[in-house]
Design a protein around this ligand. Structure first.
Ligand code: AMP
Ligand code: MN
Ligand code: MN
Ligand code: MN
Length: 282
């Protein structure tokens, strides 16, 4: 059985392992086909390919990205898989997204500073270094100051929708992200459909729009997930005629989540990878 993990992050966005550390961990966990999907950046992809080649790692890398989009009042993440990282339509969209990230981060900083967190922007930026700055960097900075113990706590208090440090985003729409992914030869995958805190009625509306906009696949399997949820997402994939993907969304080592762990599709689900196998004539 080929082991796929098609969603992960490095220090080029809000992951805490470097490209090299993450790849070595993926090999250790016996992953055969692996995608790095940093938030709004493909900066990890070329260094990852170079490291795999130089160390002759037994793993194939699928070039990936996770693009933030806006739909209704939700922030919807679209994973692009098997993209061409030199494609202009894609890199131009990502550079706009990156400018938006920078502007939003400054605004998050201003709002938190007004609430007594002096120097929080500098602290978050220092954690991000050259990476795409995300709310996760602000979350780490706030945790360092002892305001909450963990990510769920700090998002609930300061960074989640409607909270003091929440700045509504103006990310691109789904169609724009999907079009750029397609222009670069990739597949557009609805990321973690069960994590948007929306009713099933809204989820169906979302998948209808995603399919109409040209979406190819949806994530069905994640490591931490009730079997009923996996089953339900598998059923939705068939209902909306979407291929299926699976990924850990790994950000850093923890006791509860691991690369490649508990990743399999329910039966009768078609993996998005069948397209790559067709391409390579396997
Ligand atoms: P951003 O893309 O800048 O809005 O940052 C969102 C990132 O924060 C996500 O990709 C997650 O990695 C991280 N995060 C961790 N916990 C939460 C949470 N409870 N709600 C939203 N995001 C979270
Ligand atoms: Mn993240
Ligand atoms: Mn995401
Ligand atoms: Mn992710």
């Amino acid at each position: 059985m080929i082991k796929y993990d098609l969603h992960s992050h490095t220090t080029h966005s809000d992951g805490q392992l470097t490209v090299e550390e993450l790849l070595l961990r993926a090999v250790e966990k016996n992953i055969d086909v692996f995608a790095i999907t940093d938030h709004d950046t493909i900066a990890a992809v070329k260094p990852a390919k170079a490291f795999i080649a130089s160390q002759q790692l037994p793993l194939s890398l699928i070039s990936g990205v996770e693009i933030s989009t806006k739909w209704e009042s939700f922030e919807i993440h679209i994973v692009g898989l098997n993209i061409d990282v030199d494609n202009n339509a894609l890199t131009e969209l990502l550079s706009i997204q990156q400018q938006k990230r920078q502007i939003r981060a400054q605004e998050i900083g201003r709002r938190l500073e007004k609430n007594g967190f002096d120097g929080i922007y500098q602290q978050a930026q220092a954690l991000a270094q050259d990476a795409q700055i995300t709310r996760a960097h602000f979350a780490r900075a706030l945790i360092e100051r002892g305001v909450a113990k963990n990510f769920p706590g700090v998002f609930k208090k300061y960074l989640g929708r409607g909270k003091t440090g929440y700045v509504p985003s103006n990310w691109c729409d789904m169609q724009t992200a999907i079009a750029a992914i397609h222009a670069s030869g990739g597949q557009a995958v609805m990321a973690h459909p069960a994590r948007y805190q929306m009713s099933n009625k809204w989820l169906r509306k979302l998948l209808t729009q995603f399919k109409n906009d040209g979406g190819d696949a949806m994530e069905v399997a994640q490591p931490q997930q009730a079997p009923t949820e996996r089953q339900f997402l598998g059923e939705l994939s068939r209902e909306y005629n979407l291929l299926c993907s699976q990924g850990s969304d790994f950000h850093f080592p923890t006791t509860y989540l691991e690369l490649g762990k508990n990743l399999y599709l329910p039966k009768d689900c078609q993996g998005v990878w069948q397209l790559w196998q067709a391409q390579e004539g396997i």
